[in-house]
Structure formats: C-alpha cells, structure tokens
Design a protein around this ligand. Structure first.
Ligand code: CAA
Length: 257
C-alpha cells in the first residue's frame, strides 16, 4: 500500500488518487512520483478502473518538484534522474485523468496538472511555473504544455517572471475547464470522471489518444490518426451496443469489447 498517495475506489469505475505529503505541500519527490507511476500502471491494467480523479489537499495540489531533493543532484545526477522515467509513465497512462485542483499548483505541480486530461479547480487555486526564481526552468513539460494550454504570451510571462495566475485567469486562458468552490472541486471532478466511466472504454481510450495527437502533430497526421481510430471502433461490440441502445431507446451497457 503506497503511503505518499491515498487511494479510494474504484467506485463506479473511478479510482481517486490523493497526493499526501502534507508536510511539504505535496512536493513531488522521486518516491511520490514513483508511487504515482506505479499506481497508474496498475490502474491501466485494471478493467474495473475506467477513469481517475487526481487531487491534492485544500492548501496545495502540489508545490513543485522537491527542492531539497533537487539540491542534492548535480548535473550528472540530473542526466540519470529517475523522475524522467516516472513522468514518462504518467504521460503514457491510457485512461482519462480528471484533476481536482486546490491551492498551490506550482512548478512540477502545474506540470502534473497538465498531464491530466481535464482540470477542475477551486476558486483559490494558484497556477505557476516559479522555477526561474530558483535559477532553473520548467523540466517536466512546463514550457511545452503550458504554451499549448494557454498560448505563447501568457505562458512566456508565467515562465519568465515566475508569477502565478489565479484560477479565474486560468479559466479564461483555457488551462482549466471549470471553476468551483474549493470544497466542491473533488465532488465535481468525480462526477465528470463517473460520467466518462459509463462510456465505452475503447472509444474513450482512442478519443484520448486522438486528442493528444492534436497537440503533437500537424493537422493532416492528426486527421489520419482520427480516421484510423474511428474505423477501428467500427469493429467493437460496444459500437454495436451503443447504436442498438439508441435505436431501442435504452441506456447502453458497455463492456470494453
Ligand atoms: N519542495 C520542498 N519543500 C517544499 C516545497 C518544494 N517545492 N514547497 C513547499 N515546501 C515545504 C516548505 O519548505 C515548508 O517546509 P517546512 O515547514 O519544513 O519549512 C512546507 O512545505 C510549507 O511551505 P511554506 O512554509 O513555504 O508555506 P507558505 O505558505 O509560506 O508558502 C509556497 C507556500 C509559496 C508554495 C512556498 O512553499 C514555495 O514557494 N514553495 C516552492 C514553490 C516552487 O518553487 N516550486 C517549483 C519547484 S522546482 C520544479 O518544480 C522543477 C520542475 O518543474 C521539475
């Protein structure tokens, strides 16, 4: 049983993962990232889990990489940094992650939030990439995913000044899709994840992959991927069930086949 994460469920197809390093505002040390990568790898293989809610505490989703741990690594240590492997495993997770975000979401914390497919935040959440204040820069996708999420101008301002933005600004910029009262964030994220968990798992998986392609590739390549994925789904029992349920005016029962 991991101890830097709290796990609940799966309930109605949703596993809730809570980052739990309260003494360090959920700073993402190697152990925590490793546990998260391991839990997601297991969740990827578990048919009972169809979506994940990822959250932190009311005070912090996560305040970044663990600065004290980072201080002990020199250049060679950074080249061999095991965290790269954990980040890659988190990015590879094939099921949807809905992040329920409150409080400080800084540095690696903001980068972790950007690994989620959907982000819901409480109105007092703060998003930032303050690495520049430490004489470094984002290292887990911050310069790339933030530009794609909020555009060049705001991302550049955030990364070069290190100054955070409010949840309201994050909503306007497209970094999050909804804002809630802080005490309702997890509830709302869970409702969204449960809604997704009711859908056909193969369709959800391929749709997630296609949506990621939109950020990775040129339009023609992305459209080709979409067409292939759409065609593959024509061979699934769940497509047959979905269409039949519509025609019979009943709720579809998807099996993941
Ligand atoms: N790493 C390690 N410990 C951290 C931490 C971090 N990123 N952030 C907070 N903590 C610890 C603090 O050291 C403190 O511990 P002690 O009680 O033992 O002193 C505890 O968490 C509570 O923090 P504060 O007392 O500082 O709380 P505050 O409310 O006064 O300030 C804060 C909150 C503004 C978030 C402040 O803690 C802060 O600036 N944290 C660092 C944020 C940061 O720079 N993040 C980027 C890290 S680099 C990175 O993430 C690289 C990458 O992309 C891979």
């Amino acid at each position: 049983m991991p101890n830097l994460l709290q796990l609940e469920g799966p309930h109605r197809g949703v596993l809730r993962i809570t980052l739990h390093r309260p003494e360090a505002l959920n700073a993402l040390n190697t152990a925590l990232l490793g546990e998260l990568a391991g839990v997601l790898a297991d969740a990827g293989r578990d048919d009972a889990i169809r979506a994940v809610v990822l959250t932190g505490s009311r005070r912090a989703f996560a305040a970044g990489a663990d600065i004290n741990e980072m201080a002990e690594r020199d250049l060679v240590g950074m080249l061999d940094d095991p965290r790269q492997r954990h980040w890659a495993a988190i990015a590879r997770f094939s099921k949807p992650i809905v992040a329920a975000i409150n409080g400080f979401t800084l540095g690696g914390g903001c980068e972790l939030a950007m690994h989620a497919d959907i982000r819901i935040a409480g109105e007092d959440a703060k998003f930032g990439q303050p690495e520049i204040n430490l004489g470094i820069m984002p290292g887990a996708g911050g310069t790339q995913r933030l530009v794609r999420a909020v555009g060049q101008a705001l991302a550049t301002q955030m990364v070069l000044t290190g100054e955070p933005i409010s949840a309201r600004r994050a909503l306007e910029a497209g970094l999050i899709s909804e804002i809630t009262q802080p005490e309702l964030t997890v509830e709302r994220a869970t409702a969204i994840a449960e809604r997704i968990a009711e859908k056909a798992p193969l369709a959800v998986r391929l749709a997630k992959e296609a949506l990621h392609k939109a950020l990775d590739t040129d339009l023609a390549t992305g459209l080709r991927f979409e067409r292939h994925a759409f065609t593959v789904l024509a061979g699934t029992a769940d497509r047959e069930e979905g269409i039949k349920a519509f025609q019979e005016k009943r709720r579809a029962q998807f099996t993941g086949r």
